[in-house]
Each structure stands twice: as structure tokens, then as C-alpha cells.
Design a protein around this ligand. Sequence first.
Ligand code: KIV
Ligand code: ZN
Length: 513
Amino acid sequence: MADKIVIFDTTLRDGEQSPGASMTREEKLHIARQLERLKVDVIEAGFAASSNGDFEAVKAIAAVIRDSTVCSLARANDRDISRAAEALKGAASSRVHTFIATSALHMEKKLRMTPEQVYEQARLAVRFARNLTADVEFSPEDGYRSDPDFLCRVLEAVIDEGASTINIPDTVGYAVPELYGNFIRNLRERIPNSGKAIWSVHCHNDLGMAVANSLAGVMQGGARQIECTINGLGERAGNCSLEEVVMALKTRRDYFGFEVGIDARHIVPASRLVAQTTGFVVQPNKAVVGANAFAHASGIHQDGVLKARDTYEIMRAEDVGWSANKIVLGKLSGRNAFKQRLLELGITLESEAEVNAGFARFKELADRKSDIFDEDIIALVMDESVTAEHEHYRLLALSQRSEMGERPHAKVAFAAGDAELHGESDGNGPVDASLKAIESKLQTGAEMLLYSVNAITSGSTESQGEVTVRLQQGGRVVNGVGADPDIIVASAKAYLSALNKLQSKHERVAAQG
Ligand code: KIV
Ligand code: ZN
């Protein structure tokens, strides 16, 4: 039997650290369920001590996930570790992942601690965590840029204290494959008790080598766990992308020779769910999950694929979950068909009230759009008016007038808690006028960092528009997403969705801040 590679997904923790990618508890739950369906071995659900919101999200995920281990990150101190263990109490299988920086740069400039203090804190943190839970992972942050002699001492000590997974982060994406692989092999060879732990890779993508580095960590370094995220989401240039690393291992099993437990048919739905939830759009030429990943535009390629698929295809689109824009539901579909399709898409709505709200939105959409695709359904249930009836701001009505050569004018009605507000404004275009109409009532002063429109399903102007708005206010950056066949309505929904996130009280604190 071949060795197994443990797939550790950190979309909900490291992925969420991308500016603007923060998610609500409900959004995290949806994604966690999809990760379980994908059969990831470990789901890093958040950083429980960083905020009440993160604590509640980890707790909620721990309560429902049964087939994957649920993990929480914790700095190497008793308070963080206790919070993590507390949030994970309801899990079927849980892990505490504790970390402290070990590079000279981070210890001196960021932590202002001596190496001896860091050594001691790492040891005591793992000891403390092991008293609360059996499964403890330790990461020396900025591990790849740390002094190997010092790292060997720290890692030997934490293994002695009971850490069963040792993760070597390339925190700043500085590694190159051969050197990273050798770095891990060298540590494993020098540390006398290294055989008692599973070694893990955690690579950031600043130089575009996160997947290659992770695979080198496995092949040359002997690592057996890969930390990764859906769509490569993560700080700065992101993390090792789950879909790429998993499909490399599966497609080139002849070379790598490892088992991976992932059910790849759920990869594309997971990618869409994460993109639609965070507003981080997937580039069309992205491997495996990009819209063009299986498209053959040139005549020579099309001809070849029609004659024999493997002339130009090394993977089958359906094996990673592409469903070729299938029409799934229409105007006459009933509530049961809607519910069934949600199940097939891996979406579980929390309550019957949510199913009813979702179905009502579906009927409304089917009246305006003849064919409803999977992407439409995902967008529809991600809409806050379905998943979070208690959201503060909700769009009630919008009308706008625009004529070539005239300045557009918009009127917007929206709920703000129990109050109903009516605003109007003109603007450079109808979208600008609509958002200014909202601002005329709220005066949030939030700065818009991004406005983007995408067609949810390609190939027709009948498609719903999906709008992403990124706002910044008081140092916080949030994304709002809204979908509607009318892109002006979608824009107003996206704007209100971002404002909902800005006004939520859940603050995040920076790791090791
Ligand atoms: O990149 C990093 O160093 C991390 C650690 C907290 C594991 O994300
Ligand atoms: Zn990281």
C-alpha cells in the first residue's frame, strides 16, 4: 500500500487572511461542509483566539463536521491554546495547531524575544496543548528562513513534548523547490526523534512556486502532509493551491507514487463556492479550475481532442467536477427538486426558513431567466437575504433612469435594521448613482478599492451578473458580493453586503501582533 499524503486545508484560516476575504460564520460553515465532501483530511477552521467571530465559527464547524479533523490555529501561549481547545470541544476529531516565529529576523524585530525565550515558549506551549488534546501540530513561523541548528533544537524539544505534526512554513514564499526539499530532509535526518512526527509543508506563493515547493518537500524532504487552500487563496500571493497539488499527485501518480484521499469531483464546486463567497475571482487560465482549463480554442487542438481526447488532455474535466453549463432547473421545478440540487451541490441550508427563502428567490429568478444553472443556485443561496435574514442592511427596491447624453438618476429603498430608508442621487453612470443614493442616507465614507462585474454563467447576456465590491474603512477591508440578472441591482446588493460586513462587530487581530 502506497504512503498517504495528508491534505490539510487552510482556506478558512490562512485563506481568510487575504485582505477582504473575511467570511461570516455561515459562509465558513458552507465551505467547511464542501471541504468535508471533498474529503480533505484536516480542515483548519480558523484562529479561535483572534476574535469572538472566529471562535464561534470554529465551534460551529467542530459541531457539524464528522469526517475530517477540525483544527484551530493558536499562538504559543496558554490563552490562545485554551481558546482553541475550547472551540474544538464538540469535534469528532480535533487538532490544535500552535506556532511561534523562529527566524532571527522575526524573533528580534517582531517578537523582541531571545532565541532561548522562544525555545522555552515553544516547548511549554506544546506541553500545555498536549494536556488539553492528543493531536498537536507545531509550526516554527518563518521556519524556512530560520537557523537550522536552532530549528533542530526547537523541533526536537516540541516532539519530545508530544507534537505529532511538524510543519515547516515558507512564510514569505522565498524557497525554491530543491533547497526547500533539502532543508526538510536535513532537519529530519539531524533530529533524533524526527520519526515520531509527521512532517508537513506550508508554502506561500510569492514567487509562484508554492505547489512546486510543496511537492519537493514531499519528494525530497519526506513530508507527508501538505497545507494548501482552495484556489490558492491566502495572504499576498496566496498559498499552495489545493486543486493543483492534488491533481499533480493524482495525475502523475506514476512519478509521485502516493495515495490522496481527495474526491476530486468536488474540486470545481469547492472552487466556485470559495470564489463566490470571497469575491476573489478565479483567473480564466488557472490550472484545473479556471474557465479555460479544459477549453480548446485552436482548430488543431479541437480536431485532436475530437479524434482522441488524450491528444491534448491529461485530465478529464468531469473528474474534477466540471458539469459543462448543464441546465439544472427551470420555472416549473418544485421545492423538492431545488432541495435535491442543493444537496448535490454540497449546500446545506441551516433551517427550513432558509430553504423557503432560497426557494422563493429561485422562483423569482426563474420568472426572469429561463435556464437556471448550478452557478445561479450557488449565487442565490450565498445571497445574504437567504443565509442571514438578520443582516442589518437589505435592498428593498431600486429604480433608475438613464438616457444617452443625460446624467443618470437613481432611487433606492433599503432596510437598515427595522428602519426603511429612501435615498436618491445622480451619478456618472447608473451604478454610481445607485451606490451614491445609498451613501446619501448612510454617509459611511467607506473607500471603494474594487468594483468588478462577472457573468455567472458564460456564453449569453441572459446570464446573471455577479458584482464584487471591496470597501475599506478604518483599516478594515471587506468584500461584498451580489448577484442579479440586472447588474445595477447586483451592484446595490454587493454594496450593502460589504456595508453589512463593515458594520459587524467582529474584529480580527493580527497573528502575533
Ligand atoms: O505562513 C505561516 O507561517 C503560517 C503559520 C502560522 C503556519 O501560516
Ligand atoms: Zn501561512
